[in-house]
Write a protein that binds this ligand. Structure first.
Ligand SMILES: [Zn+2]
Length: 290
């Protein structure tokens, strides 16, 4: 089974995680830009973070045989700092032009403020300008209202729905998203949001069309192997491998291929691992191994 985890924050994860992910069959990942657990105070912190997603983290993933892509955007939480958000939005274009960027994201609602809505709308305009799809985060609180409001913003912006991935769905929001042409992401977490059993039940009920599964593993309690673990449960529940493959590979590949920046055929080949390689002056090796 080929596995693509389309939402995982590897900057916060260890080399053990990368090794376990490769062993479990994960070939490619998308790392969305998001917030770091505490607010940034300078636009330069965003510049360095975006550069690390495109540089060091991409290189680090390749050293474990995993292809790494990213999405770039201003996350909903930090959209609520008006001065900083202006500065971040102004410098986004130079990153959106880069090759490893396969969408604008993650953007969307957190507290569902007017500032968040304005940033969401403006970043959809930027996505249209750069011909990129968008990855949209839905809020933990009042998720149903946030999902409906998100769809309203997409429609008001005139952004093509088939280029929108609405993430972190649950039983309540999935049918709402499926009524549109947007794609529906599901985050499988250890304790909250969706779990493997509930996800398998959703696939049995709704099928595989535009359905995507991710781990969204980050600095909080989360599990970078949630996509392979969901595959195991879907198999136990009698979902055929062909359908599972659609969810964990074909769908995320088709969605992000809309960026024109995925070499779809090349994706199935692991990058060759040569740990003597360096990114600028640094490698993943330590001490005597160098
Ligand atoms: Zn995320």
């Amino acid at each position: 089974m080929k596995i693509f985890d389309p939402h995982i924050h590897m900057t916060s994860r260890s080399t053990d995680d990368y090794e376990a992910m490769a062993r479990a069959g994960i070939l490619a990942i998308v790392e969305p830009a998001f917030w770091l657990g505490q607010p940034r105070t300078h636009v330069g912190s965003f510049v360095d973070y975006f550069n690390s997603l495109l540089g060091w983290e991409r290189f680090r993933a390749s050293q474990f045989g995993i292809r790494h892509f990213c999405t770039i955007g201003l996350n909903p939480k930090e959209a609520n700092n008006p001065k900083l958000s202006e500065e971040v939005l102004a410098m986004l274009p130079r990153f959106l032009a880069k090759d490893g960027v396969v969408a604008v994201g993650e953007i969307g609602f957190d507290d569902q403020t007017d500032e968040e809505e304005a940033c969401l709308h403006r970043q959809m305009e930027l996505a249209a300008e750069f011909n990129l799809p968008v990855l949209i985060h839905t809020p933990h609180r009042d998720k149903k209202r946030g999902t409906i409001r998100t769809i309203e913003v997409v429609r008001r912006a005139g952004f093509p729905e088939e280029r929108v991935l609405i993430d972190h769905n649950n039983e309540e929001t999935l049918p709402i998203v499926l009524e549109t042409k947007c794609w529906a992401g599901h985050t499988i977490y250890p304790n909250t949001k969706m779990d493997e059993q509930r996800m398998a039940a959703l696939v049995k009920k709704y099928g595989t069309d535009r359905i995507i599964v991710n781990s969204a593993a980050d600095w909080g309690i989360s599990d970078p192997l949630k996509v392979p673990k969901t595959i195991a449960v879907m198999r136990e529940q009698g979902i055929p491998d062909e359908q599972i493959q659609t969810i964990v590979w074909d769908n995320p590949v088709a969605f992000f291929a809309q960026s024109g920046r995925l070499d779809v055929a090349g994706l199935e080949q692991r990058p060759a691992i040569d740990r003597a390689q360096k990114f600028e002056t640094n490698s993943v090796l330590r001490g005597d191994q160098r």
